[in-house]
Design a protein around this ligand. Sequence first.
Ligand code: Q9C
Length: 644
Amino acid sequence: MGTALLYHEDMTAARLLWDDPQCAIETPERLTAALERLRRRGLERRCLRLAAREASEAELGLVHSPEYVALVRGTEALDVEALRELSAQYDAVYFHPSTYHCARLAAGAALQLVDAVLTGAAHNGLALVRPPGHHSQRAAANGFCVFNNVALAAKHAKQSYGLHRAPSISSRMTPGELGVGHGPFLGPHSGSGAWPGVLYFSWHRYEYRHFWPFLRESDADAVGRGRGLGFTVNLPWNQVGMGNADYLAAFLHVLLPLAFEFDPELVLVSAGFDSAIGDPEGQMQATPECFAHLTQLLLALAGGRVCAVLEGGYHLESLAESVCMTVQALLGDPAPPLPGTLVPCRRYGERGEGRWAGRRPHPTLPRSALESIQSVRAAQAPHWASLQHQEATLCLPPGVVRQEEAAPQEEAEAWARPHGALAQGEALTVLGKVLCLVDRILDGQVGSGITAIPAPALAATLDVSIRRGLFHGAQRLLCVAVGQLDRPPDLADDGRTLWLNFRDEQAAALSVFHVSVPLPGATGGFLSCVLGLVLPLAYGFQPDLVLVVLGPAHGLQDPQAALLVTLLRGPAGGRVLALVEEEPKPQLAGILARVLHGEAPPSLGPFSAASPEFTQALGHLRGQLEVHWKMLQVAGEAGDTVLS
Ligand code: Q9C
């Protein structure tokens, strides 16, 4: 078990044999640079290495017409002139005598990856392939793509494994140009939209249809038709220069709410790293670490069954780093912190300055991530319970340790002093362990930790843990307390701690650093809280340490607690300390220990929508907080025009 890495050296054989500036960026070095970097980082040897096999012609027939497959087969025998002539019949395509072999290996690698993950031979994996696939159509090559690797993988998963809400989410990490060339299979060209059982999500560089391939059906209002209504989700980026905060906001406010509601059995990722900084096609600014976070978030779906298949990515350095980050996340390593302040871009001009300043279409139109997010949420709202009744907000290396080591008794006693509940016995012993864990996590000697605390000592232990964290050098400490726990009364409201409390009361922001949210009963309410409130605050706050506390009457089901802890690994580089009340659920600590170790959380079960009252209360709270916490925003400024 572990992470599968699929590759075959033969896929470096195809290359451009004539002069064509449009195609010159799709080079064999793309694969060798990525692989070389994985080796150098010691990541390759941590993976289950599998040599790619060729897809059979029957398998290619799952998606492509026999005539088209025969035509590509025929290119093996063509001379350079004939190859060039044929290539010219397609948009941004070149053929080489080895193209057919490479393209069959690329498709075969995607199929094999699905096999590895669905048979349980691997938890997840990445196929490093070329040519890429997502622009290719039933009977046409397009945009460097010959066979549609991810579409074939989706069909194969459905057909051979009978998945129901099956294949997946296909999230392409690539705004590059993509529009939706691969639409014929997974996207909006397929008549009724995405295939039944497939939720298709795509983000792409669009620029109000001024960017290749200039398709109207790549826009946010293309949501699929008939049975497929709502299963095609397009997030067009209308401005270049989108960065980490924009991608993260798109995940938290669009992709993940829909994906959790869909509850897939498998996640297929068309991983185009032309969405990363430096790429000549994408012209975006997401840094490689962002891909670790995005991958980690996807791993919370489908029991962690994530299959990523390389698509674009033409800046060799950026590509190689981003691939490493993706593999690191697949392996379960904590994601490195995202550089810079996380604020999604709101107005034209906030991005796209500096090195990309040359490309500025339509300077009179507002363009921003928030407007794109707003328009896709509006277009999808009729089809997804998790987006309904949200108008209120729209207006406005390490492992886990079960700690045996403890701080010296006198030290524990000194820290316990103000609290009678910690004076002696088991409570004091546990406190000694917790103090030691806080230090070790902050020092980077231990990744994360979990401790069961005797119920009467929980509140006091939490209070001391916060103080110890701040004393030991944490600049910002996030505390997510679930259940009837009061914020320590004399904790300074100085921005060094952010206190989020789920409890059975009114939603209230007592300050920007002290927020109380009612405990949601429905899975939909829980997901809105976590994706729509807790994570945006957590990512905006950028804590050094996250304390998650499950206290009296916390009311979370085990899968909910597991998901909460899983997702909170993101914002603090995995530095999570979970404090769990000892009674009455001893098995919960075990589940949390496993997710802290990088195991996927169990499914939340059937989706149930939040009550309108709950959604309204949450929306109101978000509205109050979003002035300070920009990652909460899902819309442009009032008065901004949203073009459709
Ligand atoms: N300046 C993939 O990323 N370029 N294909 C169009 C725009 C075509 C991209 C010219 C790029 C195809 C897999």
